[in-house]
Design a protein around this ligand. Structure first.
Ligand code: FAD
Ligand code: UDP
Length: 384
């Protein structure tokens, strides 16, 4: 007989928040994580030069949700941090999201003034406009800006990231980085922004520090759990608790309806014998280079190292589930959503199985959204 009330598959934000909330309510929780560490894609650790790096790409926390910010603040203090990104488009450099400062740095002064007035009268100051909305504007000056932004911000970066043109991918994806009619250079305008003062892994350790949680890392749930004819088995025995699953759904059901498409990333970490590598924490290469962006960790986390700095380049490509690739981004479109719906239907045959997170829900979620969804799932499970 096993004695867990909940088995949670995956120890990223989705799994860890649930484990913490359920365990603090007195539930006995087993967490199975197939990687050798906690934190999922938010995991950070020190590299050989002693710099804290984000092992799965740069993670910047931002949210408008007071609930999420207050909740995470129970487990971490914060460094105030407002992310700014520079685009390098060949010889041109300007802030992204493309904003009024970008406009002034790429257009001659008079023309930039004139177009700024037009944009403000058309859309309003401090407003955000997606590239697709902007492209539909018949005004030739505004259309000119739209064409510039399309060519110099979106087209090549999107081709690198998704292997498709901007108009071929889910419009919500490019809408994450709208043109901003503002002088505000920040990448996000959320009310709460920051980086966990001692890193994400420390935050996770604090969240998971409850005696009711048993954590097994390097533990692939497929070796412990079976799903057969509406019943769940743990280590060969019927399991009468609940399972929260945060991994990929096609993998859970052995790809029975076919593989769900994802994009994966190859990360190239480098350490440089200089105190600063680039002007901004992240530089997006929007027209050339095979990688999408370079991030410099010291600029995200304020680590004090005089003579050395570490960076990561991101290369995107198609995910292959038959290898060790990690699925990072769901490729959201009608066809893939329909395939996902088949898996969801299969999952609904298990009344004690709950799906949560970026992989299990096949969605493009930021960390804060996952934390909120995890808290809401626990509200439901704990009837609070
Ligand atoms: P994950 O973090 O992926 O955790 C799922 C866990 O489940 C993984 O650890 C996995 O190993 C485990 N698992 C899967 N299958 C099994 C199995 N069979 N058995 C056991 N364990 C299993 N969000 C932001 O808010 N800000 C950012 O700046 C940001 N930057 C990002 C940059 C990159 C490059 C990427 C890829 C994502 C970024 N995100 C960012 C999104 C963020 O990573 C996610 O929102 C968050 O990690 C989702 O948490 P999760 O728990 O759903 O998934
Ligand atoms: N994007 C782009 N150029 C940029 C930044 C973003 O074309 O300089 C597009 C690209 O399609 C990308 C999407 O906008 O995948 C979302 O960007 P975001 O920075 O939110 O991506 P993430 O940080 O989640 O990888």
């Amino acid at each position: 007989m096993n004695n867990y009330d909940f088995i949670i598959v995956g120890c990223g934000f989705a799994g860890a928040v649930c484990a913490s909330e359920l365990a603090r309510d007195g539930k006995r929780v087993l967490v199975l994580e197939k990687r050798p560490h906690i934190g999922g894609n938010a995991y950070d650790c020190k590299d050989e030069s002693g710099i804290l790096i984000h092992k799965y790409g740069p993670h910047i926390f931002h949210t408008d949700s007071k609930r999420v910010f207050d909740y995470l603040s129970l487990y971490t203090e914060w460094n105030d941090y407002n992310h700014e990104v520079l685009a390098k488009a060949g010889d041109l450099e300007f802030p992204v999201p493309f904003n009024l400062n970008s406009l002034h740095s790429v257009y001659p002064g008079d023309k930039a003034e004139y177009i700024e007035k037009k944009l403000i009268s058309e859309y309003g100051a401090e407003k955000k406009v997606t590239i697709s909305e902007l492209s539909e504007n018949p005004d030739p000056d505004i259309k000119g800006v739209a064409d510039f932004v399309y060519q110099n911000v979106f087209l090549h970066y999107t081709m690198k990231q998704w292997g498709k043109r901007p108009e071929e991918i889910d419009p919500d994806t490019t809408a994450r980085v709208p043109v901003f009619i503002s002088r505000d250079n920040r990448y996000f305008q959320d009310k709460y922004q920051g980086m966990p003062k001692y890193g994400y892994t420390a935050l996770f350790e604090n969240m998971l520090g409850c005696k009711n949680i048993t954590l097994r890392t390097s533990a692939d749930a497929r070796e412990y759990l079976q799903f057969r004819n509406g019943s769940i088995y743990f280590e060969g025995e019927p399991f009468d608790g609940k399972v929260i699953y945060t991994g990929a759904l096609d993998e859970l059901f052995s790809y029975e309806h076919g593989a769900l498409p994802y994009r994966t990333l190859d990360f190239e970490f480098e350490t440089h014998p200089v105190s600063s590598f680039q002007s901004h924490a992240t530089v997006n290469y929007t027209v050339d280079k095979p990688y999408t962006r370079i991030s410099e960790f010291k600029k995200l986390t304020w680590q004090e190292k005089e003579d050395v700095t570490s960076t990561v380049k991101e290369y995107s490509r198609e995910y292959d589930h038959t290898t060790d690739d990690i699925p990072y981004y769901a490729v959201i479109n009608e066809e893939n959503n329909a395939l996902y719906a088949k898996y969801k239907k299969t999952a609904e045959g298990y009344k004690d199985l709950f799906l949560l997170g970026r992989l299990a829900e096949y969605k493009y979620y930021n960390m804060d959204k996952i934390v909120l969804l995890a808290l809401e799932l626990c509200d439901k499970l704990l009837r609070r």
